[in-house]
Design a protein around this ligand. Structure first.
Ligand code: ADP
Ligand code: GLC
Length: 488
């Protein structure tokens, strides 16, 4: 493999620990560090949202002019810091009118009506910033629809400075495509000739992700299985044919885990730390959760956890459909999540009625860690799941995942095989309440009646390693592929 040292611009709408709604932030906080460790020079760029305290950042003197087509030029501030435990610089684009809001993309589940302007502005600002820093990237790495305009911008409006840069688009979630009124073309300034059915145009609207799938030199997604799935009608969200047409430049690279952050032997949030060679702390964490959630204090009852966005994707409909049947078993369930209002009120009602169920509606890093550690099993019945991080975190905490075999869940979870006492979790295939229920029942039975197998699986799971360093090497190969296409 080439040892060429690359200059990489990595742009994302959310980055841990600065702003997060989901796994995109975990990836954006970890992958750049792993790429840096391989010897590349990388800068990360994200918006400066209201909740990111400017006082903790360094301000760059010069303001940044961002050309916005018919809207004229807008002026942004730029702040900087570095990713924790690293010297990877991260820059924040500060523009109060667009990003000085409580939400990242929405308030109360309603997407902001100017999300098109907000993220086209951000994409352009990230490129302008490179010019200001005199950082000439070899690779422009865009993530999801928010930065999907960058590949084409770099070859049109910004061609003068980026003509030699290759672009890579990572799809973390195909459901969200950046679908907007076509007038945004006049702000994009890439030329209306790109408003055609092979690029941005979709039902007379602009689809940013669709355009980028055509325009990027390489496209990646976050597991091998999802790379296959998005070429089918079931998972393609209308873009399956478009993706099939570009399949030769599509790569599936599984996300890794930041084991400094998600590690029961280091985790500062836990009631007691533990590891596979000393599991006593896990029981303390379970008791801590039972106490916190006001559940009956019992060591022998299986405690099942859920952490995630209350979104259809996560299978919350399936959970809602069978929750009463599961709660009729001798189990306890704890859930942490926020999102769709129907789900928040539905599960709140369940919590009022059932004493073996508890819920925290909201977002809490500390609780997410505590639930991972304190639970015996973890629910992830997703309808689709590009990668999924929580099931991989669960493995490290010895909390056996119960998952639907979709995308990254299928790639990471090996179904328990009773005959050979092998596996790291419990899987079902059909997205039906029956399949889900019987899999939970099965897992609960193994927990209750075959402790030996259960514990063996836990120990195996805890010793698995999903490394960012391996993933970064795969991205390195994709970068080389993208560059080689560019240089032909
Ligand atoms: P997605 O990105 O689709 O939401 P992932 O499994 O990749 O799914 O990542 C979700 C991330 O967000 C995990 O780090 C998880 O712990 C975190 N998370 C989701 N919901 C919450 C919440 N309510 N409180 C704290 N962390 C959450
Ligand atoms: C998306 C996906 C999730 C994935 C994450 C990080 O939000 O829904 O499956 O793990 O991005 O790539």
């Amino acid at each position: 493999m080439s040892k060429e040292k690359l200059k990489i611009l990595f742009a994302a709408a959310e980055v841990v620990p600065f702003a997060k709604t989901g796994g995109l932030a975990d990836v954006s906080g970890a992958l750049p560090k792993a790429l840096k460790e391989l010897g590349h020079e990388i800068i990360v760029v994200m918006p400066r949202y209201y909740k990111i305290d400017r006082r903790k950042l360094k301000k760059l003197e010069a303001p940044l002019g961002v050309p916005m087509g018919i809207m004229g030029e807008l002026w942004a501030g730029v702040y900087m810091s570095s990713l924790p435990q690293s010297d990877v610089p991260i820059y924040f684009i500060d523009y109060e009118e667009y990003f000085g809001r409580h939400g990242l993309y929405e308030d109360e589940n309603d997407g902001y009506s100017d999300n098109d302007n907000r993220f086209v502005f951000f994409s352009k600002a990230a490129l302008q910033l490179c010019k200001m820093l005199q950082f000439t990237p070899d690779i422009i790495h865009a993530n999801d629809w928010h930065t999907a305009a960058m590949p084409l911008l770099s070859q049109t409006r910004f061609k003068h400075d980026f003509a030699h840069a290759a672009s890579v688009l990572t799809i973390h979630n195909l459901q969200h495509q950046g679908n907007f009124y076509k007038g945004i073309m006049d702000v994009l300034e890439v030329g209306w000739e790109h408003f055609n059915p092979h690029e941005f145009e979709s039902f007379d609207r602009v689809n940013l992700l669709k355009g980028a799938i055509e325009q990027a030199d390489a496209v990646t997604t976050v597991s091998k299985k999802y790379a296959e799935e998005i070429q089918t009608q079931e998972f393609g969200f209308g873009l399956e044919h478009h993706i099939q047409a570009h399949a030769e430049k599509l790569f599936g690279i599984l996300n890794g885990v930041d084991y400094e952050e998600w590690n029961p032997s280091l985790d500062k949030f836990l009631a007691q730390k533990y590891d596979f060679d000393d599991m006593a702390g896990k029981l303390e964490c379970k008791r801590d959760m039972q106490k916190h959630f006001n559940l009956e204090m019992r060591d022998d009852v299986p405690l099942i956890g859920f952490v995630g966005r209350f979104a259809e994707q996560k299978g919350i409909g399936l959970i809602a459909g069978i929750i009463d049947n599961i709660l009729d078993l001798d189990v306890q369930i704890i859930m942490l999540g926020t999102g769709e209002k129907w789900a928040e009120s539905f599960f709140s009602n369940v919590a009022k009625k059932r004493e073996n169920f508890a819920l925290h509606v909201g977002y809490s890093d500390a609780l997410a860690h505590k639930i991972e550690a304190g639970s015996d099993m973890f629910l992830m019945p997703s309808l689709f799941e590009p990668c999924g991080l929580n099931q991989i975190y669960s493995l490290r905490y010895g909390t056996l995942p119960i998952v639907r075999a979709a995308g990254g869940l299928d790639d990471t979870i090996v179904n328990f095989d009773e005959a050979h006492e092998h596996g790291n979790g419990f899987k079902f295939y059909e997205a039906s309440q029956e399949a889900f229920y019987y899999t939970v029942l099965w897992a609960v039975n193994i927990y209750t009646h075959d402790k030996e197998s259960f514990e063996k699986m836990q120990l195996l799971a805890m010793q698995q390693h999903f490394s960012w360093s391996d993933a970064a090497k795969s991205y390195e190969e994709v970068y080389q592929y993208a560059l080689s296409k560019k240089r032909i």
